[in-house]
Design a protein around this ligand. Structure first.
Ligand SMILES: [Zn+2]
Length: 388
């Protein structure tokens, strides 16, 4: 069995976990998919962990799910009488269906780990070749990594997601999306990038001025200013997507009802832990005190020590995550792994030579981040108690 999990496999696995309870979904997507919520423990101190805002960052879903699995099997220990951990492992179910359907158009479920690794390394190499071509020649042509997935069209989406499938067809036709780009799908099924879908998105002005905005490097054939795989901030100007509305309501509910001590939001990639640093511009939602900034840094520092990830204070307020980080401290945003070329390269798990960062990528991501969460919890609790 390989390491990749598709949408159905994720749900099968999640359905079998012991000691972790499935709650009522925090909401539903535009095309009716549930945004599922799972809970571990019954303690006083509440923590939120989310994955998969950007569905192409598939490792973030898989990391959260594997963490839940280890917790459920008691391979790792969190005191269930002290903490309550809320998991939302698939924040963007429509995107996850699109990207994992694309993966399964080429890479079957029931292959050996070794065989799966050969696909991953091919994809990785193709992305890096295209990244170089983009830099050297400004090449915006069809991409090698997308050609691998050229048979992944709207047609491969299961008919049980009929509305999603029909919309995907429409997006490809109307927006002339590049061949094979379902493998790069980070947005939801409407083609909106959930992290950009915020009142202060840096793109909004540029998009409404009709500017063509392209993604960088091996993705430079994909436009961010139109509904599609990534970057597009809204369906209709000012409209907030259902996933974001549900998430914001959920955070509010937890914070109002319980002793909320912090949250971890997973993306990929960059090997970075973002905390909310000193404001360089006015924060549109809240003004954090010096103490709050320091507390945020203190937890981020522990996370960074355990993972070796870079620490960065984020002072721009142009993403949904920056809003969550502002309104619900202490929230960390973690970019898993340093290998770009999502959704596949983060599952590579052997010594490919060269840069240390490209060796045993998968195991390092899973193990180091598991340890980091466990080490941060007591500090979050301590900081909460000092301030309340
Ligand atoms: Zn992301």
């Amino acid at each position: 069995m390989g390491k990749i999990l598709d949408y159905d496999e994720m749900n099968d696995l999640l359905g079998k976990l012991e000691n972790i309870k499935k709650e009522k979904p925090i909401g539903y997507t535009y095309f009716g998919l549930p945004i599922d919520h799972y809970v571990y423990g019954r303690g006083r101190y509440h923590v939120i962990i989310t994955g998969g805002t950007h569905s192409a960052e598939l490792i973030s879903n898989v990391f959260v799910i594997r963490f839940m699995e280890r917790l459920s099997k008691k391979e790792i220990f969190i005191d269930e009488n002290l903490y309550t951990i809320h998991f939302i492992p698939i924040l963007n179910p429509e995107g996850t269906i699109i990207v994992t359907s694309a993966i399964r158009s080429l890479i079957p479920r029931d292959i050996s780990d070794e065989e799966e690794q050969t696909y991953l390394v091919t994809y990785y190499r193709n992305c890096y070749i295209e990244g170089d071509y983009a830099t050297k020649y400004g090449d915006k042509g069809i991409k090698l990594q997308d050609l691998m997935f050229r048979h992944a069209t709207f047609d491969i989406i299961d008919d049980k997601y009929k509305n999603l499938k029909d919309n995907l067809k429409k997006l490809f036709e109307e927006n002339n999306l590049p061949i094979g780009c379902m493998i790069n799908w980070s947005s939801n099924g409407r083609g909106v990038d959930l992290n950009s879908n915020i009142e202060k998105s840096s793109f909004i002005e540029r998009v409404s001025n009709g500017e063509e905005i392209y993604a960088p490097l091996h993705l430079n054939n994909i436009r961010r200013d139109i509904l599609g795989p990534l970057g597009c901030p809204y369906f209709k100007k000012g409209e907030i997507e259902k996933e974001n509305e549900a998430l914001l309501n959920f955070y509010n509910e937890i914070k109002n009802k319980y002793d909320y001590i912090g949250s971890f939001i997973y993306h990929s990639c960059g090997n970075i832990v973002y905390y909310l640093g000193d404001a360089l511009e006015e924060n549109p939602w809240v003004n954090l005190t010096k103490d709050e900034v320091n507390n945020n840094y203190e937890v981020a520092k522990i996370y960074s020590d355990k993972t070796g990830y870079k620490l960065e204070g984020l002072e721009v307020y142009t993403t949904m995550d920056s809003k969550l980080k502002s309104l619900f401290p202490i929230t960390l945003l973690i970019e898993l792994g340093s290998v770009r070329a999502t959704p596949l390269s983060q599952f590579m798990d052997f010594d490919i030579g060269g840069d240390e960062n490209f060796k045993f990528v998968y195991s390092k991501i899973i193990n180091k981040n598991t340890e980091a969460i466990i080490n941060c919890l007591p500090i979050l609790k301590e900081i909460f108690n000092q301030n309340n």
